[in-house]
Design a protein around this ligand. Structure first.
Ligand code: AGP
Length: 366
């Protein structure tokens, strides 16, 4: 087993450090002449070019990758991306028809609720596109089309490299949809360029692991954590909170930062730290106001930002940062940081992050 972990203490750590090469594998052969090349979905092109709405189902971490896709694609095109957790979708009135494309995102391809959602969609004539990591999985067999993550086997119960590669593959799908709808512009060309640079920039993020560990260890004894973010920072906040709670057993919750005043801020105080996702993007000024409101409640504040953001140091207790990069791709760059933060806390508390209590790698029963 030690050999399989390649010298890393846990699979989770190994899989986080594999992210740059996994992303390279996900991208491989899928960008040609500065456009996205996805022959697997050729038959879906007409529907993707014309449908007003795209439905997406997933559970857990995969559902947060799907939510990130929603922000990404709605920002670049006129498509409405309707994301739902599979356990809700499968029991709702199926308000769709044969002109619908349902994207089902599942690392394992064996998640019971996602499979049932696919069966429901197919029974109504919808076309199903699977995004999965496992060749020959039930999801792949039952879907009309499949895009594979090519991330290699993920052993740790905590999804890490599958989340990062889901984001990358969903963004590629998003750009393809933009092209099919004739909405391609200069921003998209730039995004292609940035996607190609991701493996190298992710390496740079991972080179900061020691600093992330130092910060994480300061927070290991808190009982609660609140993650906040806006825009693309919001799905990242949700995933950060999920990672922390599932492997460290610290209660962690996540909100869109603008919701604080609608209730959650009542919880904050010296014993309830905040983890803010606040890159120096179009929403930074709004995030800064929210962070100041948190500090006024005497909370400890960890901020995950980008290197071009100077003034956050005035309000944060601790700053974690990633290279200044494409605003749309911060969810990818920030993923290893939220994962390592949770990992180092879980390990310091003596928990095995590869096998968290009460959890299975794939949830094959309802
Ligand atoms: C992630 O760390 C979790 N263990 C869990 O939320 C997982 O993402 C979820 O069960 C969905 O799994 P799937 O992607 O294999 O469908």
């Amino acid at each position: 087993e030690t050999a399989q972990k390649s010298g890393y203490k846990h699979y989770m750590l190994k899989e986080i450090f594999e992210e740059p090469s996994c992303v390279a594998a996900t991208l491989s052969g899928r960008i040609k002449s500065a456009k996205v090349h996805l022959p697997e979905i050729e038959e879906l092109q007409d529907l993707l070019a014309s449908s007003k709405t795209l439905k997406v189902v997933a559970c857990g971490t995969s559902s947060y990758a799907a939510l990130s896709f929603k922000y990404f694609l709605e920002n670049l095109s006129d498509v409405c991306v309707d994301v739902e957790v599979s356990s809700e979708f499968r029991y709702k009135r199926p308000n769709f028809d044969e002109n619908t494309v349902l994207v089902a995102v599942s690392q394992s391809g064996e998640t019971a609720d996602t499979l049932e959602s696919v069966r429901l969609a197919k029974s109504k004539g919808a076309k199903v596109l699977a995004i999965t990591n496992v060749v020959g999985s039930t999801l792949m067999r039952e879907s009309d089309h499949t895009l594979l993550l090519n991330a290699g086997p993920e052993i740790s119960v905590a999804a890490t490299k599958s989340y990062v590669t889901q984001l990358v593959l969903l963004y590629l799908l998003g750009l393809k949809i933009v092209e099919l709808r004739d909405q391609w512009n200069e921003r998209c060309t730039k995004l292609i360029d940035s996607l190609l640079r991701l493996p190298e920039v992710l390496d740079a993020t991972l080179s900061r692991a020691e600093h992330i560990k130092e910060v994480a260890l300061k927070y290991k004894d808190f009982q609660h954590f609140m993650y906040i973010g806006r825009g693309l920072g919001y799905p990242t906040a949700l995933e950060g909170a999920l990672k922390l709670k599932e492997i460290s057993y610290i209660h962690a919750t996540a909100y869109p930062a603008g919701e604080l005043k609608h209730g959650p801020i009542a919880l904050l105080g010296p014993e309830f730290p905040v983890f803010a996702i606040a890159p120096f993007d179009a929403l930074y000024a709004k995030m800064k106001n929210n962070m100041i409101e948190c500090k006024a409640r005497k909370t400890k504040l960890v901020v995950l930002t980008s290197d071009d953001c100077e003034d956050v140091r005035e309000i944060a207790d601790d700053v974690l940062s990633v290279n200044s990069f494409s605003e749309q791709l911060y969810p990818v760059l920030m993923a290893p940081v939220i994962q390592l933060f949770a990992y180092y806390i879980a390990d310091a508390l003596g928990h095995d992050p590869d096998k968290p209590k009460n959890l299975a790698k794939s949830v094959t029963v309802e």
